[in-house]
Design a protein around this ligand. Structure first.
Ligand SMILES: [Cu+2]
Length: 266
């Protein structure tokens, strides 16, 4: 009774494989032609729905993440008895890729979404930003905290929003900020520790996710409709895919950033 149909599209630099399945995950992929036959139930400007996107990001046979040193700040170094990595290319043994930001790039025009009442937290812990990749909504309160017993200098470098740059010399300090324009991505640096970085997307809507250390991500409560999804990775750029969302169903999407994945498109 459930059908989901997806289109395979070719992004500028890569091929993205999309398969559709029922909510229970037990149905075969549906042919793209069925996109037009899906019932247009409850059309209109509903701000939320019951569609779901689940997906996975891969990076196989590529270069692993690099080890960094924090010796420039002995306090930072003392917080890491083991190896520390850049956080740029975070993969597990199966090539599942973390820190891929996936969001609805188009298809929600003309709809409005309430700003979350909860604040988004960007923490500085172990002389690294946590989370490394995240998203907020336009107008949502952002709190940037220093959880370390050393000086950090929070430096956001957006292009559309206003730049800000604020020192946090003491452990436990917090600053608040609100972005007023959508922007993907806003880079964060620390002017004290050159290895520190974070990327934060600012969106008009709540339909985004970040791939976990298992490479998985999810977006829930999507209204039925046709969308363009974009997956962003700080080292590997972006991939886009078209997806049709039907109420109550789950669309499964895969993004492959592996070397050679692009070549297989032709
Ligand atoms: Cu710092």
């Amino acid at each position: 009774m459930k059908k989901i149909s997806l289109l395979m599209v070719f992004a500028l630099i890569a091929t993205v494989l999309v398969v559709g399945c029922g909510g229970g995950g037990d149905q075969a992929a549906a042919p793209a032609q069925q996109a037009d036959s899906a019932p247009a139930a409850a059309p209109g400007p509903a701000a939320t729905g019951s569609g779901t996107i689940e997906g996975n990001a891969k990076y196989i046979n590529g270069d692993p993440d690099a080890v960094i040193g924090m010796d420039a700040d002995p306090v930072c170094a003392s917080l890491h008895p083991g190896e520390v990595h850049t956080e740029k290319v975070v993969i597990d043994d199966d090539g599942n890729l973390a820190n891929v930001f996936v969001y609805v790039k188009s298809g929600l025009e003309g709809k409005s979404f309430p700003v979350p009442g909860t604040a988004h937290m960007l923490d500085q812990m172990g002389c690294q930003y946590k989370p490394h990749v995240s998203g907020v909504q336009v107008g949502q309160k952002l709190v940037v905290r220093n959880s370390d017993p050393t000086l950090h200098n929070v430096h956001a470098r957006p292009k559309s929003n206003k730049e800000f740059n604020q020192g946090q010399p003491f452990q436990g300090m917090e600053l608040e900020h609100t972005f007023d324009k959508a922007e993907v991505m806003v880079p964060f640096k620390c002017d004290v520790h050159p290895w520190m970085s974070s990327y934060m997307a600012v969106l008009e809507h709540p339909f985004f996710g970040v791939s976990s250390e298992q490479g998985s991500f999810g977006i829930e409560n999507l209204p039925a409709g046709d969308y363009v999804l974009e997956a962003w990775h700080e080292e590997f750029g972006t991939q886009t895919v078209e997806v049709t969302i039907v109420d109550g169903d789950t669309a499964v999407v895969s993004f492959d950033f592996s070397p050679g994945a692009t070549a297989s498109a032709g």
